[in-house]
Write a protein that binds this ligand. Structure first.
Ligand SMILES: [Zn+2]
Length: 432
């Protein structure tokens, strides 16, 4: 039996936010789901075990279990990486011949080819690691940053995961570690090398796409590269389960999602059901054209187009600088233009095409305007790259008023309520 052990117990705080990075959603899927999907689809993998944090909400485990039939159990991890892997490895005390592939959940881009090669290596050996040949020359220095040694690049590798071992070999190494101690290896292969230096560990060549998500921008890369395709394949198979997944998603939200300020939840299930027509592409290209033209006209690199009943009712670039108006984002100015043209304060039935994912202000404006559909091209991370960082606003929205960076203090509460009373008792008011 070949068992994938997904190491998802880490806190992973470097990606930002309070949520462990392996549970951050990208394009509607948690990071951990990408690699699990690849193992699920691989015909050589019989079983998947997921090592989770102690406080992992049951909604997350249910959501994983519902989607991936090969998951046989969840194991609670320990405080250290080794404790976590041991908690899984010790399950195999009486299954010595099984092959264990330990994979880091923060590497969503694991490919079937890597799994093939690892299984092939274990058919003749007992241990194999995934690693990338070094591109740059690797230097070793001392604590003063003085060069001690230059390595021959052709013999230097960067470790990736999975690392794969026969169960009894790893079980034995861990047993010796707990009994004898004395070493702090950085990974399982180091452990095997220490206690069984005679056993060859085969190096399987990894892939760049199998990189480790470490920094916030890495999440963006995940969303953009072909990793998404891996999951899409799986998704087609799992569409029938979509309805049963929904309650889990909601439940997960209760536990974790409110904290996810940098979360890209752009393609929710509902969004995936939004059909895209040729016209949608046409209008989006128009919005992108506006964004490019707008730069020459003194504005920022953003454009928005609003279409209602098959007619373009507004097209605007970002006019913050030319208009001396910090609220003149492309979407907001397009909404103002469309409402003025149509003589209404509501744009129900209209579609907005934004060259970039709307910021929190524009998002609010879209809701207040009652716009029915939104398409966007670039993401907030793209604009972040060229100096438009609105992530702090997402962060501010998620925290209590008292903790916001701009002080908010409530005064004259009672006096303010008179206006509400006047409004409530006015007979001829126009509701909006
Ligand atoms: Zn905006």
């Amino acid at each position: 039996m070949n068992i994938a052990i997904i190491m998802a117990a880490g806190k992973g705080l470097r990606v930002g936010g309070e949520i462990p990075k392996q549970f951050v959603e990208i394009d509607g899927h948690m990071l951990v789901e990408y690699s699990i999907a690849t193992f699920q689809q691989h015909p050589g993998i019989d079983e998947i075990i997921v090592v989770i944090p102690e406080d992992c909400p049951s909604a997350i485990t249910q959501r994983l279990k519902t989607q991936f039939a090969k998951i046989t159990r969840f194991v609670v991890g320990g405080t250290e990486r080794f404790q976590s892997s041991w908690n899984a490895v010790q399950l195999f005390a009486d299954r010595p011949g099984d092959n264990l592939l330990l994979h880091d959940a923060a590497r969503p881009g694991i490919t079937p080819r890597i799994i093939d090669d690892l299984l092939q290596a274990l058919s003749t050996g007992e241990a194999a690691v995934t690693a990338m040949p070094a591109i740059d020359t690797v230097l070793r220095g001392d604590n003063e940053r003085t060069l001690l040694e230059t390595f021959n690049r052709s013999r230097v590798f960067y470790a990736q995961t999975p690392q794969a071992f026969r169960a009894n070999l790893l079980f034995d190494c861990f047993t010796k570690l707990w009994q004898k101690g004395g070493i702090t290896p950085t990974d399982e292969s180091g452990l095997v090398k220490h206690f069984h230096p005679d056993i060859p560990i085969h190096i399987v060549i990894g892939e760049a796409v199998n990189f480790k998500v470490t920094y916030p921008n890495d999440l963006k890369i995940v969303g953009y590269n072909n990793i998404v395709q891996i999951l899409k394949k799986h998704e087609n198979k799992a569409t029938a389960d979509e309805d049963t997944n929904m309650p889990c998603k909601t439940a997960c939200g209760d536990a974790y999602l409110p904290k996810l300020s940098r979360l890209d939840r752009s393609s929710s299930v509902r969004n995936r059901e939004t059909p895209v027509t040729e016209d949608d592409y046409k209008y989006m290209r128009m919005a992108i054209e506006v964004s490019e033209r707008n730069i020459a006209e003194g504005g920022g690199p953003f454009g928005a187009v609003i279409v209602k009943d098959g007619e373009v009712v507004a097209a605007s670039g970002n006019r913050v600088v030319p208009n001396n108006d910090p609220t003149a984002h492309a979407e907001v100015t397009a909404i103002r233009e469309a409402c003025a043209k149509l003589g209404t304060f509501q744009l129900i039935g209209a579609t907005l095409y934004a060259s970039c994912e709307p910021c929190p202000m524009c998002l609010s404006s879209i809701y207040w305007a009652g716009i029915s559909r939104v398409f966007y091209a670039g993401t907030r991370y793209d604009s972040d790259d060229v100096g438009f960082d609105d992530s702090f606003i997402y962060d501010e929205l998620a925290i209590p008023i008292s903790e916001r960076s701009i002080p908010f203090r409530q005064i004259l509460h009672k006096e303010s309520l008179r206006a509400y009373h006047l409004w409530a008792t006015k007979d001829d008011k126009v509701r909006y």
